[in-house]
Design a protein around this ligand. Structure first.
Ligand code: SF4
Length: 321
């Protein structure tokens, strides 16, 4: 069953110099229970895509075209009041990047979770506090810690408290933006384990935004690769790691350490992602692509279905290539 379908989404930021095309014609579908890793370098549009889905774009951001279907309803067209009341946090929620600093330092964590519940649901505070305690249990924190202030929790506990808050209103779909950044490797592993358990236990549909392929390998069933505002490849995890089709995906995997292969050096990708005020014509990866051809700077490649559940956009994969 499809939970989320993004259709030809364009999300732009207005600046004095013109529109920054941060997300341009993105198509993406997620099924119930899917754990999708959204991967790409910084500045490739991953967070903008997530903020557009949550309708949390900053003041100069706008959805310039396309649809975001959640359970077959186009949420782009909903008025703010309906979206706030019925969708955000109740049907989908967000674990913010740098979540450890997102908690209010002057309120106890349990009270912050209870507040999220009472704002969106018709329940009294004692019931909401009991839910906060249950949520703490669910993410592996002693419920007694609901009476702690954020500074009394470790970094890993704060991150798990933020995951608990995202679960407060039983959403179907959760976006976690760089959930393990700034955590040390041991706490990172514990946090990923909590996320895996929750996916299994609650049948959650999750989108995990990261630039770290090891996070995707540990927590996701599918992977979407984003470059310069475009989705360039989508497939299940095994296909992405064993048979990547797009040169950018291959380059990302080449830059990822492997204990199985006799690869002594990591290969970094030459250059940087383009300025999206003036993205390159044709394929946006063409200035950095080792397989570039004449057609690549002239025509944008179609986002093709190579086989069931595997899509990619590259002229090498078409007859013209
Ligand atoms: Fe490289 Fe051309 Fe494919 Fe773009 S379309 S990834 S430039 S080969």
């Amino acid at each position: 069953m499809t939970i989320l379908e993004v259709q030809d989404l364009k999300t732009y930021y207005s600046t004095l110099m013109g529109d920054v095309k941060a997300v341009d014609d993105v198509r993406l579908r997620m099924d119930k229970g899917e754990a999708l890793g959204l991967v790409g370098e910084s500045g490739c549009g991953k967070t903008t895509l997530a903020l557009a889905i949550m309708r949390l774009l900053p003041w100069n951001g706008r959805i310039a075209g396309g649809k975001i279907m959640l359970n077959d309803i186009d949420i782009v067209g909903l008025d703010d009041k309906t979206f706030d009341k019925e969708y955000r946090w109740k049907k989908m929620s967000y674990v913010f990047q740098g979540a450890m600093n997102a908690l209010n330092p002057v309120f106890k964590v349990g009270a912050q979770i209870a507040e999220a519940i009472t704002i969106h649901e018709d329940v009294e505070n004692p019931e909401a506090m009991e839910r906060a305690r249950e949520l703490f249990r669910l993410v592996g924190i002693d419920p007694e810690r609901t009476t702690s202030f954020p500074h009394e929790l470790s970094g890993g506990m704060k991150q798990r408290a933020m995951i608990a808050m995202a679960l407060a209103c039983n959403p179907d779909f959760i976006i976690a933006d760089e959930p393990t950044t700034a955590l040390d490797v041991i706490v990172q592993a514990q946090t990923l384990e909590v996320m895996r358990e929750l996916q299994k236990k609650l049948g959650l549909t999750t989108m995990i935004i990261t630039h770290d392929l090891s996070v995707v390998a540990q927590t996701c069933s599918t992977c979407a690769i984003m470059y310069a505002g475009n989705l360039v490849e989508y497939a299940d995890i095994n296909t992405i790691f064993s048979e990547p089709a797009h040169p950018y995906t291959k380059a990302l995997i080449g830059a990822f350490p492997s204990i199985k292969e006799d690869r002594r050096e990591l290969v970094s990708i030459a250059g940087v992602p383009p300025n999206l005020l003036h993205p390159p014509t044709g394929c946006r990866f063409n200035p950095r692509c080792p397989n570039r051809m004449d057609i690549c700077s002239k025509e944008k490649p179609d986002y093709l279905e190579l086989e069931d559940g595997h899509n990619a956009a590259c002229h090498l994969l078409t007859k013209e290539g």
